[in-house]
Design a protein around this ligand. Structure first.
Ligand SMILES: [Zn+2]
Length: 258
């Protein structure tokens, strides 16, 4: 039996399906990520479409059928005009929501994640237009917080092995284990840590700031060009390791300096 219910959410991605239907991936407040269909019926979809905008919070009326969930109605509740009017910010929002779509599994309710995504969109809405390096840095900050929320917070302070705080210049980075390891431990157990590699103090500081800084910190901080390739590699390798699907978004692709 079909059940009718309401849910609040943000469209993360959409793609055409069958001849006239469209699949929507949504992050909802109540149920986490959910996939729904905009039923074909070109006419019905055409009526709904103006409200099925990307990057807006909306209330959906949904029919839960045996196999699929179908959107029966939609009403916008919050829009972000400061994002729509700026191409670089629109692109950035699109990439951030694509990361959520690729990083989050279906059906895991997570209200904090939902609130974080909305908060991030609100900050981006008010932010000034930004160049490619800044956009890549903001997206990296978003990706790190997403990883943290999904339970993959990288260890950036203490050695993963001995738990002692690392010293400047005397540590390495291990992607798979998700953090820093002190030089002493890499020597004592070379086999265990053989794939740990060097990363500069400056690049690590940038990772810490991207994870812990406020949105305005991320807008203001000076980003030394030479630290960016290692910084992007750290964040991207964490995404590739922990997200269930490989993200199509590349920080290095966004940033023309790298
Ligand atoms: Zn150690």
């Amino acid at each position: 039996m079909a059940i009718l219910y309401h849910t609040t959410g943000i469209i993360l991605a959409k793609h055409d399906w069958r001849e006239a239907d469209r699949f929507y991936s949504l992050l909802t407040k109540q149920d986490g990520k959910v996939e729904m269909i905009g039923r074909g019926a070109q006419k019905t979809l055409a009526k709904l479409a103006p409200h099925l905008e990307f990057c807006a919070e909306a209330e959906f009326l949904v029919v839960r059928g045996r196999t699929y969930q179908t959107i029966a109605g939609v009403e916008r509740v919050r829009t972000f005009p400061g994002i729509y009017s700026d191409f670089s910010k629109m692109l950035l929002a699109h990439q951030a929501l694509a990361l959520v779509d690729g990083g989050v599994r279906e059906g895991q309710a997570d209200q904090i994640l939902y609130e974080r995504v909305v908060h991030w969109l609100e900050c981006l809405n008010k932010a000034p237009s930004c160049g490619p390096e800044r956009a890549a840095f903001l997206l990296a900050g978003f990706a790190l917080r997403l990883l943290e929320q999904l339970g993959y917070r990288p260890e950036l302070i203490k050695c993963l092995s001995c738990r002692v705080e690392i010293q400047e210049g005397l540590f390495r980075w291990h992607t798979l284990k998700g953090g820093v390891v002190c030089e002493k431990c890499t020597i004592q157990d070379a086999e265990q840590w053989f794939s740990a590699r060097p990363i500069s103090d400056e690049s690590l500081k940038l990772v810490r700031l991207a994870l812990h800084g406020t949105f305005s910190d991320l807008l203001r901080v000076r980003i030394p060009g030479h630290t960016l390739p290692a910084f992007h590699e750290v964040v991207e390798s964490l995404m590739y390791t922990h997200f269930p699907t490989i993200p199509v978004v590349s920080l290095r692709g966004i940033c023309t300096m790298c």
